[in-house]
Design a protein around this ligand. Structure first.
Ligand code: ATP
Length: 365
């Protein structure tokens, strides 16, 4: 059993006398064997959170618990946690075998033969069995990455912490390693906290994702929940590519009125808004339909500004009128031909729209 709990964890750095709150009252529970991805923009506090769990950074307030044990003050080596860094942090003068054995020799009393067997088995599992006598400089980026993983795996820890471990790999290798890492984690069943700023990585790898912004936790949810039911406008904009389109609107009678268009609401949706007056309407590019002619309340005449062909689909940038500066994007199938300058009718189905309180950003629908 390895349950990792972050209970009201805060980290304040002192920057020449002024406080920087890098992590602000974060609560996360990782279940035994869970793969949780911590995601958010640069500087939001991901690495600091991970480093506190690893014991590389002190905790200003709150508790980090591994099962029932508070580990705030435990030294990194007493935490039974293995970390994989973005830089791999391999010792250049040691062979792959030595790099993988080193931690075990230092922190356990396993004998040499047992360590050697463990390292060989792990290297085989990671398909680097042939490379154990090489030095890091004689390896490709992908192979180094496997050694760094292998070094964490041989320690048989209760928790893996991974800080952007794939970001130094090229795009193709990265997507292959994503799947492999996921499979490996599932087979090993080790509770894992994985940091990335890449929302695709978060969406495809995590059992759950924890989204951070400005040191504050925005939502902890499965990737699909975060996509379909974002807790707030930040999460809605962060998850999804291209990002969700947002329009500032005002409630007037039974419809939302914005600068460029009005959006009638069903009674059910109106009720979900409560007293909110200033509302942000969000719609994902992939939920906008381009139809041949306007026939309903949620169909809008637009003009195609730019078409970005992506192969299997097109990102179509649209304006409500030729001289409008409100541009939004719709994603449509790649086989459809749409050209810049053409008129198009965009449909925003009510089932697909998201509504947020314009003051707080909290989701209303
Ligand atoms: P990135 O994705 O760019 O690595 P991150 O989400 O991991 O970013 P952190 O490295 O955790 O972000 O940093 C969070 C905030 O804390 C940032 O504002 C950063 O400048 C600040 N910070 C981090 N380490 C220190 C430090 N040792 N002293 C002062 N401020 C720090």
């Amino acid at each position: 059993m390895a349950q990792l709990i972050l209970d009201h964890v805060t980290k304040v750095f002192d920057d020449n006398g002024s406080d920087i709150v890098a992590v602000d009252d974060v609560n996360i529970d990782l279940e035994d064997g869970e793969f949780l991805v911590l995601v958010g923009p640069s500087g939001c506090g991901k690495s600091t959170t991970l480093r506190m769990v690893a014991g590389l950074e002190t905790v200003t307030s709150g508790e980090i618990r591994l099962d029932d044990r508070v580990i705030n003050d435990a030294s990194p080596r007493d935490r039974d946690i293995a970390m994989v860094f973005q830089s791999y942090a391999l010792y250049p003068h040691m062979t792959v075998r030595e790099n993988m054995s080193f931690g075990l020799e230092e922190s356990t009393d396993l004998d040499g033969d047992t360590i050697s067997t463990k390292v060989t088995e792990t290297a085989e599992m990671l398909n680097i069995g042939e490379l154990v006598d090489r030095k890091p400089r004689e390896l490709s980026g992908g192979q180094r990455q496997r050694v760094a993983l292998g070094r964490a795996i041989v320690r048989d820890p209760e928790v893996f912490l991974m800080d952007e471990p794939l970001s130094n790999l090229d795009a193709k290798l990265r997507s292959g390693m994503r799947t492999e890492l996921q499979r490996l984690q599932e087979d090993l069943g080790v509770t894992t906290m994985y940091v990335t700023h890449d929302q695709t990585e978060a969406m495809t790898m995590g059992d759950r994702i924890a989204i951070l912004n400005d040191g504050r936790l925005q939502q902890v949810a499965t990737p699909l929940e975060a996509y379909h039911q974002p807790a707030n406008q930040f999460v809605a904009g962060f998850i999804g590519d291209p990002s969700m389109n947002f329009f500032e609107m005002e409630m007037q009678g039974d419809r939302l009125v914005g600068q460029e268009f009005a959006y009638p609401l069903s009674q059910q949706t109106r009720e979900s808004l409560g007293d909110a007056v200033r509302v942000v309407l969000g719609v994902r590019p992939e939920d906008i339909e381009l139809v041949s002619e306007a026939s309903g309340d949620h169909d809008y005449e637009t003009v195609v500004d730019v078409v970005e062909p992506m192969g299997n689909e097109n990102n179509v940038y649209l304006n409500f009128t030729a001289d409008s500066d409100t541009t939004f994007v719709a994603t449509i199938g790649g086989m459809r031909s749409v050209e810049a300058g053409q008129p198009a009718v965009a449909r925003f189905p009510e089932s697909a729209i998201h509504l947020f309180d314009a003051e707080t950003g909290e989701a209303l629908k």
